[in-house]
Design a protein around this ligand. Structure first.
Ligand code: ATP
Length: 256
């Protein structure tokens, strides 16, 4: 990894970039994953590289869904495996949601490498290699495990593509997306959209789960019932606008 000094103003962002590059070198992340990361970085820059209030609300609602689910699953792709393997395993441990690897650019070798990578970070059973069920999609993200995503009632999909998100929603599942772009097809179609960097979102969710685990089912349901995803999307768009306005103001650029 390239040495990044901790006092570098873009330290967190550059470390994330290094981790993705390392993921590609290890054969975990696809080269296309670099492009997806670039788009995420751009939106993170626009939102101010922080967890905005409405994203924290969405993260709490996501946790409430995971804790009340019968068969919760955390879907793992090549980017998340490279960026946050330890956090994925911790979130799975605290919520009881199983991990399932699901790839757009699927190969047996990559599946195996990602599963082993998660195991090296403490995962027990990791689903995804059976691929014995199919979502009605023309690409490989449609290949899923029968006992995993196919049968799940709640699916957390950090960094998803729009078609699969829509398909999972159509199948009647609760879909929780983590996506910094509030305008992506994924963000617009998910049940809960967390417009936050996956690196911050998962850490927050682990913390929230520890706090909310003692809540009753009724309390968790009340959190779910009060949620409005459209408002959360609108707030993310507003936060981007306000962040840009403030930035312009600081630089003496008139906002027109
Ligand atoms: P869609 O099909 O939903 O419209 P897309 O084609 O814009 O998605 P993909 O390339 O499938 O995007 O997935 C990348 C998405 O993940 C982008 O919306 C990007 O903003 C988001 N993203 C990338 N890196 C991160 C990250 N570290 N944290 C959160 N979101 C991220």
């Amino acid at each position: 990894m390239t040495h990044i000094p901790e006092d570098h103003p873009r330290y967190a962002s550059l470390i994330t970039r290094e981790r993705i590059v390392e993921g590609v070198q290890m054969g975990i992340t696809s080269q296309q994953g670099l492009v997806a990361q670039g788009r995420g970085e751009a939106f993170d820059y626009l939102i101010g590289e922080r967890t905005i209030g409405s994203a924290a609300i969405a993260e709490r609602v996501a946790v409430a869904y995971l804790l009340t689910a019968q068969r919760p699953i955390i879907s793992v792709n090549g980017n998340t495996a490279a960026l946050v393997p330890g956090a994925l395993v911790s979130l799975s441990d605290v919520t009881g949601a199983q991990l399932e690897v699901n790839l757009f650019h699927r190969s047996d070798a990559r599946m195996h490498r990602i599963i082993e990578h998660l195991k090296a970070h403490g995962a027990g059973k990791v689903l995804g290699s059976k691929g014995d069920a199919r979502l009605d999609l023309s690409h490989d993200r449609g290949i899923v495990d029968q006992e995993g995503i196919y049968a799940a009632d709640v699916v957390l999909v950090p960094l998803e593509d729009g078609d699969r998100c829509q398909k999972l929603v159509e199948m009647g599942k609760i879909v929780i997306a983590i996506d910094l772009n509030p305008l992506s097809r994924t963000s617009l179609s998910a049940t809960v959209t967390i417009a936050d960097n996956v690196t911050r979102a998962l850490e927050n969710m682990i913390q929230f789960t520890k706090e909310m685990k003692k809540d009753s089912k009724k309390q968790l349901q009340a959190i779910i019932d009060s949620y409005d995803n459209r408002r959360v999307l609108a707030d993310a768009m507003y936060a981007i606008q306000e962040h840009l306005k403030n930035q312009a103001g600081r630089e003496g650029i008139e906002w027109i």
